[in-house]
Write a protein that binds this ligand. Sequence first.
Ligand SMILES: [Zn+2]
Length: 231
Amino acid sequence: MNKKEIEVQGLKIILVKKRVRNIITKIKDGEVVVSAPYYVSQAEVINVIEGQQDWIKKALNKAKNKNTNAFLRYESGEKISFEGKEYTLYIVYNNKIKINKFAVDRSSLIIKIETPNVEDKEKIKTAIDKGFKKELKRRIDEFLPECEEITGQKVNFYTLRKMTTSWGLCHIKERDVVFSTQLARKNDEQLRYVIIHELTHLIEANHSSRFKEYMTKFMPDWRRIKRELNS
Ligand SMILES: [Zn+2]
């Protein structure tokens, strides 16, 4: 296998030559990874990528929307999406603390990380992930009772997990729900939609027409909210 970085029409592409039959384009951790057989020339690969440009850009945006943290360099001034709004990240040096401190200023749309080591991006990332998780938990605890009332369904407990392919999961038998930590970046309406969606699975396991009828009853505008959540 050999791997190199190329640029096609302003897009950064990681080109991997390996034993595959066809040229395969994938979005992985927010990056475009193209696998191609050894015998295919770079010009040929570029030609294929150019033909996929629109698709790649769309897929990249979608990935970015699902997992912005993959794109962050953890520097002051960077934009970070949180609770449905665009926040600015501030990394502030503070040698008086041992553990990085996370703070949200909702009126000025600022997320501040105080840290004794501004170079330690890994710890800054951890502080943000932890802070996001705590704020998400607070919002779920706030919305869950009203969503349970609306659906008439109660869960035994819920957990938060890092998931990028779905917003939530419902274990029907155990009556527990798993929410994606990525929901920290989504607005209240979208979070409520995911909660109601998972609770509705306690009535109807599949996304059947019956499921959709319940959704409409519980949340008349759910189709629009779902579209916005995934756009
Ligand atoms: Zn579902």
